[in-house]
Design a binder for this molecule. Structure first.
Ligand code: EPS
Length: 379
């Protein structure tokens, strides 16, 4: 059991999405308005479909906050599904043709459902609205200790970004202004063109994105057991974002083809590191360098152009039927990935420093920094 426990509930066309998190220390400032930015970023994004014209994601805090501060009890967050009003009285014929790449086929076998929609309802990435809401709480906790996160899209289909070196505030400013959450204006244009082309071709696109966390102290996670390794926890959390098929930390897959002398980040006096190819973790422990995690997302499985499948009610070969969907959701996934990284880091932070009130967490954190200060100087 982690220091932070969180769950989500909700179906895509049910009344609402819900997130619950236990373990948030008391005394953390938090208001409903604090959720607006991240929820809007997740909803927006070039390549999103008609559903996002319907939804206006807003968090209602159901418990855990009084007078703008957490009180140490579980935080329950609700986001309404506005589309529910359009579905609740609708007669929907059962779906029997699984979309390759979606949970339809494997989920219907596992849960013995002949109507594949009953699988799709929960498998839908609509659920990630609740994760982003939970991530806002995690980010708020981390920011009390100078830990900041950002995310940006690196590629969509065959269009790539080549962003300059940016501070996190600079990056956030550029990303917020880009409909594909790309920090490089040329990449932004190329990515939007790629999405337009895919839409015209009746196809869908995936891509890659990066999450960065700065200000993370050394010592989160542990080398002593497989399930305490911070890199492993980050990879699992990132892979749990719908559509993600690959995760790398730091230089990732590239290091496998390079000699050790060109891979490992040398240590200089003051414990500074001239490079960060390790992506902020060594031996499953944060090392004081920025955490850098990248993920690869597959194209959306609901394609305008039908592809081969089977009608499970007859066993006959057929083709998929198009339903409303996004053409590309990589920008949205980058927001969700950042939320998951924040949740993993907040959990690891509270495991190390504990605290039932934020000031207790602060005392523990500052005591630790003072104890390691003789070796490690913050830059
Ligand atoms: C999704 C299908 C689409 C997306 C949805 C994820 O929804 P619908 O079936 O209602 O058209 O828009 O994403 C969201 C609703 C969201 O909030 O991100 C899917 O099948 O995964």
């Amino acid at each position: 059991m982690g220091a932070l426990r969180y769950l989500t509930a909700g179906e895509s066309h049910g009344p609402c999405e819900v997130g619950i998190v236990d373990g948030v220390p008391a005394g953390l400032p938090l208001a409903e308005a604090d959720f607006a930015h991240d929820l809007a970023q997740r909803q927006a994004g070039y390549g999103r479909g008609a559903r996002m014209q319907i939804e206006r994601d807003q968090v209602q805090i159901l418990s855990g906050v009084v007078n703008g501060r957490t009180i140490g009890s579980p935080l329950a967050l609700r986001i309404d599904n506005r589309d529910w009003a359009n579905w609740r009285d609708r007669e929907v014929p059962p779906w029997s043709v699984p979309r390759p790449g979606h949970a339809d086929l494997a989920g219907s076998l596992k849960y013995a459902q002949t109507d594949l929609r009953l699988i799709a309802e929960r498998a839908s990435a609509r659920e990630t609205a609740a994760r982003v809401a939970l991530g806002v709480g995690a980010k708020r906790l981390l920011s009390q200790f100078g830990i900041e996160t950002a995310s940006h899209v690196l590629s969509i289909g065959g269009a790539f970004a080549n962003p300059p070196k940016l501070t996190l505030p600079q990056m956030r400013k550029r990303v917020d202004a880009s409909p594909v959450r790309c920090a490089d204006p040329q990449g932004d244009t190329a990515m939007r063109e790629a999405i337009d082309e895919a839409r015209t071709q009746g196809d869908s696109l995936g891509g890659t994105f990066e999450v960065i966390a700065e200000g993370v102290p050394p010592g989160l996670g542990s080398h002593v057991h497989w399930d305490r390794r911070l890199d492993g926890l980050l990879a699992q959390a990132m892979m749990s974002v719908p559509g993600i098929k690959g995760v790398e930390i730091g230089a990732g897959f590239v290091v496998a083809s390079q000699p050790g002398t060109q891979v490992h980040d040398e240590v200089l006096p003051g414990l500074t590191r001239p490079t960060n190819r390790a992506g902020g973790t060594e031996g499953g422990i944060s090392n004081g360098q920025p955490i850098v995690v990248r993920a690869a997302m597959k194209p959306i499985p609901t394609t305008i152009t039908p592809i081969r499948s089977v009608d499970m009610s007859t066993g006959a070969a057929t083709r998929t039927q198009y339903q409303r969907s996004d053409v590309c959701a990589v920008p949205a996934a980058s927001v969700v990935g950042e939320s998951m990284v924040a949740l993993v880091l907040a959990n690891a932070f509270l495991e190390k420093f504990g605290g039932d009130h934020i000031e207790e967490t602060r005392r523990n954190y500052e005591g630790y920094l003072a104890s390691i200060d003789k070796w490690w100087t913050k830059t």
